[in-house]
Design a protein around this ligand. Structure first.
Ligand code: HEC
Length: 101
């Protein structure tokens, strides 16, 4: 009995080891979520896809500068997005230009 238990434990440990060695490839962002090119798009891609995909941005209804300033400020103040003041400004301007109304 003890041998059986030991065998089972051993098998479980081995299986767990095998599973953790597996590589996980995440699917890429939805192609519709690709940010439009233009000045500021790299900063936006780098800073705004840390917590969620860029789908969140692309899905939004068009907004003016004030609206996008608000979104960027909310991401920083409420959710802790790590953007410098300069990057925040560049991203908000880019968003208003490419996703404005
Ligand atoms: C630190 C994590 C984090 C980063 C970095 C981040 N966001 Fe978000 N974002 C969130 C969370 C959390 C939500 C809310 C998700 C929910 O409600 O389901 C969100 C939601 C959104 C939404 C949906 C509308 C809303 O207001 O809830 C938009 C648009 C958005 N983010 C844009 C951005 C932009 C632009 C940037 C880059 C400046 C950015 N996010 C960076 C965490 C982040």
């Amino acid at each position: 009995m003890a041998t059986l238990v030991r065998t089972i434990i051993c098998a479980v440990v081995l299986l767990a080891g095998a599973a953790s060695a597996e590589e996980i490839t995440l699917p890429s962002d939805h192609p519709d979520g690709t940010l439009k090119p233009g000045p500021g798009s790299e900063v936006a891609q780098r800073s705004c896809a840390l917590c969620h995909s860029t789908d969140y941005i692309v899905m939004q209804p068009p907004g003016d500068q004030k609206q996008w300033d608000g979104v960027v400020t909310k991401m920083i103040k409420v959710f802790g997005a790590p953007l410098s003041d300069a990057d925040a400004k560049a991203v908000a301007e880019y968003l208003a230009r490419q996703y404005g109304r």
